[in-house]
Write a protein that binds this ligand. Sequence first.
Ligand code: ZN
Ligand code: ZN
Length: 425
Amino acid sequence: MTNNDIKIQVLGSGQEVGRAAIAVWSKERAVLLDYGVNFDEEDRPIFPGHIRPRDLDAVVLTHSHLDHVGAAPSLYVSVSPKLIATRVTLDVSRILLYDMIKLNGPYLPYDESVVDDMIDGAEAVEYDQEVNLGNFMLKLIYNGHIPGSAGVLVEVNGSKILYTSDMNTIKTKLMDSAKFDGIKVDVALVESTYASYNHPSRDETEERFCKDLKEVLEAGGTVLVPAFGVSRGQEIMSLLAERGCEYPVWVDGMIRQVAEVYSANPKFLREPELLRKAMMEFNIVRGWSDRRRAYKKPGVIIASAGTLKGGPSLYYIKKLGADPKNAVFLVSFQPPGTPGRRLLEEGVYDDLGTPLLARLEWFDFSSHTDRRGIIDVIRELKSRGLQKVILVHGEYEGQLSLKEELENRFDLEVLIPENGDIIEV
Ligand SMILES: [Zn+2]
Ligand SMILES: [Zn+2]
């Protein structure tokens, strides 16, 4: 079935992880699904391909990670296309975009007032709510990635397209698994961050994390858990609230601000009472006197950033890293070029002045599904008539091996577009 009026334009996330930006065109009009940034080695933002905001019937932001929302305000400088997202995505995006302006302001074509105009003018929508704009019908679908996150169903001129965005197919403390059951589409744009990797079971990871934590605490040490401010920090807070911790737990940095948004929107959490308990029982660092107290006695410190690239985790690693009694537990993916990656690979943290002597561990708390999960999602969509898969948000090698398996197992066309490619539906 070909409908030449409908085209998918990959403006970002083609053969790369992040910088998500997908336009679905119907004749001269388009909806834009995400408009994110990546960062280069000097930490400057890299934008996706250009699109004229006046051609857009809608912009949909699938979740509040910068690789999905970081470029969006640039569309709101002169005109204001309709923006839709969940309430949590809107509120957390504002926090992250403000933070990015603080760090990267000179490289950005927008400021806080543009961010405010964009977010204040947006429409907060519910999962599964039909939104009709121009020729397009849009629906946000629960995709299990982080609180407020969504895939997008686009229906236009009889064609049905699903964009999974970043998705997760297992239950975590914060989220249920993706709910694509019942969805019937012709084309699926599928994230492929872990196209060639399977995660260990989450239960095992949680067990090992709690066991190792206990060991360090009982031996009189303090555990620093550098965690991303959006979702990962709150996942660890919820896990500790569920298991109970006899030692003080401190929470520092953006994690607290985002936890407040999540707590104010409990319907977006799988077990909201865990985060509520954590917010009540744990010590929230409110300033330097708290920060200086936090590492003085055995305890746990959950602090952003997750890759030790800024945020209060830098302060703590300098205070804790030279003592073998302490530990640093990394719980996020450490991209190449980050201080966290260097720490894992070489055991060195530049600002410490010595090699890291504290115990170092890495735990896989990923909020992305893996190869198994991607295949399961595609199998399910195929059983309801899926014809074409477009792999995005992944690295080429993994995508290629996944494409081979998908084509061998299912009667499907699998594409791996580059940025700039236009695909006819
Ligand atoms: Zn992403
Ligand atoms: Zn994400």
